[in-house]
Design a binder for this molecule. Structure first.
Ligand code: MRU
Length: 342
């Protein structure tokens, strides 16, 4: 998507394949900085420290991390260690495991001497698939969102950052917003700040880059706006969705789903299939990342609990929007699209 009029992605390999380059999201929205990650340790640190973040992007970054590891030492032992290092960086987004498994499968039966090349090729394919899936999500969401538009602009509420910064390009929840805007449909986005890391500021930054009208709100204003009839649809992303349609996403998502249900506003979840964990059916089984209490900014000695995600039960989700189309948030809905059950 566009930054100061220039097309950009969040991550790409250096031309000599000795490093991976990525937007350093810790510096946004203040400064656009590109980080050069020169080895698997640097990539693991980048994921853990949220230099790169967002479920799909975490997966792509991990895939490139494994490719860098293969370039340095393609032995089974080194690659197992690299997978373990990357796999332990963040617990909730299942895209991480999905991407590592995919690169691992691509390397099975490949002799060590050719593993780096094969791993980079697979990481490139994962990145390209991510772009395609996000664009398809956007297209499938269009009719749902268009149907909610009244006289004025379509008023969409989102949470956290499920835009292009959370993926390679386009984003999940924001992909249809960009498509609508480019098609000339009037759209306005309520951007919830998303305490404690303020990923909403990233959302505001990228919407500004594309010229999409938006307004930043504190998280606690969401219920008020929904109750006042100022929201036509809520759309969020997902870090892990179970085979039965329960959705883990950034903490605060659940409260928006409750408010949306109470006031008859549709609550949509946009996600690529790489965010579906077909091994898990109950949301309670999803590991929820607990982050450092210092992020919350409390004074010394104050007890803090800082869960990074929450789970919205399937019955509060109006529909799941995937690259294969729209389905009910249920085992049957997902099985109809993906042909597999948990
Ligand atoms: O902790 P983060 O910033 O990695 O969390 C990101 C989210 O929760 C996004 O909403 C999620 O990944 C949606 S996917 C584009």
């Amino acid at each position: 998507m566009r930054v100061a009029g220039k097309e950009m992605r969040t991550i790409w390999p250096s031309p000599d394949r000795r490093a991976v380059l990525a937007i350093d999201q810790r510096a946004l929205p203040g400064r656009l900085e590109i980080a050069r990650l020169e080895g698997v340790e640097a990539v693991a640190h980048a994921i853990r420290d949220m230099l790169v973040r967002g479920a799909p992007l975490i997966g792509v970054a991990a895939a490139y991390g494994l490719a860098l590891a293969a370039a340095r030492d393609p032995s089974d032992a080194a690659l197992d260690a690299a997978r373990a290092l990357l796999g332990a960086t963040r617990p909730t987004a299942v895209n991480l495991r999905w991407a590592l498994d995919r690169v691992g499968a691509a390397l099975a039966n490949v002799p060590p001497v050719r593993r780096a090349e094969a791993a980079f090729a697979e990481a490139d394919a994962i990145a390209e698939d991510d772009v395609r899936m996000c664009r398809q999500i956007g297209e499938h969401a269009l009719p749902l969102l268009r149907a909610r538009k009244g006289e004025g602009p379509l008023r969409v509420m989102t949470h956290c950052n499920a835009g292009w910064l959370a993926t390679v390009d386009w984003g999940t929840a924001l992909a249809p917003v960009y498509l609508l805007h480019r098609a000339g449909v009037e759209v306005h986005v309520w951007v919830s700040e998303t305490r404690p890391r303020n990923q909403g500021h990233l959302t505001a930054w990228e919407l500004a880059g594309e010229g999409v009208p938006h307004t930043l709100i504190v998280d606690n204003a969401a219920g008020h706006l929904i109750a006042r009839g100022e929201v036509d649809a809520v759309i969020v992303g997902s870090d892990r969705t179970t085979a039965a349609g329960d959705v883990a996403n950034k903490v605060g998502t659940y409260l928006k789903a409750l408010a949306a249900r109470a006031h008859g506003v549709p609550f949509y979840v946009a996600l690529p299939s790489s965010s579906i964990d077909f091994r898990v059916t109950r949301g309670a089984e999803i590991p929820i990342e607990q982050r450092d209490g210092r992020e919350v900014g409390a004074g010394v000695g104050v007890a803090v609990q800082n869960p990074a995600f929450d789970v919205t039960p399937a019955h509060l989700v109006s529909a799941l929007i995937t690259e294969r189309g729209v389905c009910a948030a249920s085992a049957e809905g997902l099985a109809a699209l993906f042909g597999r059950a948990a």
